[in-house]
Design a protein around this ligand. Structure first.
Ligand SMILES: CC(C)[C@H](C(=O)O)[C@@H](O)C(=O)O
Ligand code: SF4
Length: 478
């Protein structure tokens, strides 16, 4: 039977059309349509090309951006960069882009931003394609129906040189999510709840296709948040099938096809969803009706509970290893068993990162803080995911809402998500963060990260302690 005769998953369809070589006993070889690259993981790859005296095979498919090491102070210049290694990364990116003929969105470029925000925004990320980047959260682009994966630096070099990637075929997983979300509950809460229930290794070696009424109801930006967090569930990639919303999202974007070409492409995108009867290796179903806003209390994204919940008690956990893990997490986080989540005061609120720094995120957060003030003594910063998001937010008046409330309003970059650019927590500092990782030291040595949605982060900034964003939609809390 031809592979086209059996019902296929969305992933199967993209895989089949991009397979260059598939020989028994060898690792399959895939064609890569789009390669995004940033200053933190590309220097050795370009250095490798120089040593071998190889050009970039198709420079027009590669776009480079600086995001991880850049300061987010408005009007930033090279002298604002936090340390010498970061300066070197940024300068090396510029040199490599110039020498290899690759488009660069440098620190002062009007389209600069976090690589996973600018790809979809500029129409560089297109449905039905393969996309790679030397960065784990490349899964974000899968929200548009793309097989998008993070690759290592030696693979970056390989793709630059050949436009191909050696890749073992991952297994497929379908996570079907049903239920209607309350106001104040968002894609981030779905992602955290899902990781809490299925575990941080649930997706290992799998590509997840998210389906179901709750996923269809999400905006395209919400789907990006969900696919972004697929990595924290251990998955290789996350994907959502393109629908009419996807097509309208892509239409008119700078690097997207236009006119007749767009209509032809869109007709193909409509065929991408899994065929009825397609078989996945693993299927999960989740009903998220009545889902509460989620707050992590521990040191991985699966250590999570509802904002109305309490910090768990390790002593009631039977499994000794799990018990020790929770004990250690609580010690690092400075929390005690049974403590109410809403009684935990925070020092800092960070709204940003490739998980939650798009326009919709900022609109939601601004809606929570409008006419209110950040709690006394609390540091609150908003870091838009791109300079385009920043400008749009300024035009819409969101920036003024944030500034009036006492938030710092920054330029685009990874910022406090990763603490390698000057934005960081100090030891013991507690942060409500819209980012995706909360392991020890992630936001600065000794820093304590609680992962939350933009709505929860904003509500928390106003309250001074974790607050239920569902309530702020209709009543004053202080
Ligand atoms: C710096 C980079 C390698 C890293 C990643 O791949 O994820 C970063 O983006 C992160 O989020 O930890
Ligand atoms: S925002 Fe954070 S998670 Fe996203 S690419 Fe940057 S460092 Fe990685």
């Amino acid at each position: 039977m031809k592979s086209s005769d059996r019902p296929r998953t969305m992933f199967d369809k993209i895989w089949d059309t991009h397979l260059v070589r598939d020989v028994p006993g060898e690792i399959p070889m895939l064609y890569i349509d789009r390669h995004l690259t940033h200053e933190a993981t590309s220097p050795q790859a370009f250095a490798g090309l120089r040593v071998r005296e190889l050009p970039v095979h198709r420079p027009e498919t590669v776009v480079a951006v600086v995001d991880h090491n850049v300061p987010t102070l408005p009007g930033r210049r090279l002298m604002d960069v936090v340390d010498q290694p970061s300066v070197l990364c940024i300068e090396t990116m510029a040199e490599n882009a110039r020498d290899f003929g690759v488009t660069l969105l440098d620190m002062d470029h009007e389209d600069q931003g976090i690589v996973h925000v600018i790809g979809p925004e500029l129409g560089l990320s297109l449905p039905g394609t393969t996309l790679v980047c030397g960065d784990s959260h490349t899964s974000t682009h899968g929200a548009l129906g793309i097989f998008a994966i993070g690759i290592g630096t030696s693979e970056v070099e390989h793709v630059l040189a050949t436009q191909c990637l050696l890749q073992h075929k991952p297994r497929t997983m379908n996570i079907r999510i049903e239920g209607r979300l309350a106001d104040g509950v968002s894609a981030k809460d779905i992602a955290l709840a899902l990781i809490g229930r299925l575990g941080t290794d649930a997706g290992t070696n799998h590509v997840i296709e998210f389906t179901g009424s709750a996923v269809e109801a999400l905006s395209i930006e919400g789907r990006m948040t969900l696919c972004n967090m697929a990595i924290e569930a251990g998955a290789r990639a996350g994907m959502v099938a393109p629908d009419e919303h996807t097509i309208e999202y892509v239409r008119g974007r700078r690097f997207a096809p236009a006119g007749e070409l767009f209509e032809r492409a869109a007709a193909q995108w409509r065929e991408l969803a899994a065929d009825p009867g397609a078989v996945y290796d693993v299927v999960h179903r989740l009903d998220l009706a009545d889902l509460a806003p989620q707050v992590t209390w521990g040191t991985n994204p699966g250590m999570v509970t509802g904002v109305t919940g309490t910090v768990p008690d390790p002593e009631v956990i039977r499994d000794p290893e799990a018990r020790a893990g929770v004990r250690q997490a609580l010690e690092y986080m400075g929390l005690t068993a049974g403590q109410r989540i809403q009684d935990i005061p925070v020092d800092t609120v960070f709204i940003g990162s490739c998980t939650n720094s798009r326009l919709e995120d900022l609109r939601t957060a601004a809606g929570q803080v409008k006419g209110r003030r950040v709690a006394d003594g609390l540091r609150a910063i908003v870091v838009p995911g791109s300079m385009n998001v920043r400008r749009q937010a300024e035009d819409e008046g969101l920036a003024d809402i944030f500034r009036d409330a006492g938030f710092e309003w920054r330029a685009a970059g990874c910022s406090m998500c990763i603490a390698m650019n000057g934005d960081r927590l100090s030891a013991g500092e507690r942060c409500a963060s819209t980012s995706n990782r909360n392991f020890e030291g992630r936001q600065g040595r000794g820093g304590r990260t609680h992962l939350v949605s933009p709505a929860t982060a904003a509500a928390t900034a106003v309250a001074g302690h974790f607050a239920d964003a569902r309530q702020l939609w209709w009543k004053e809390i202080r």
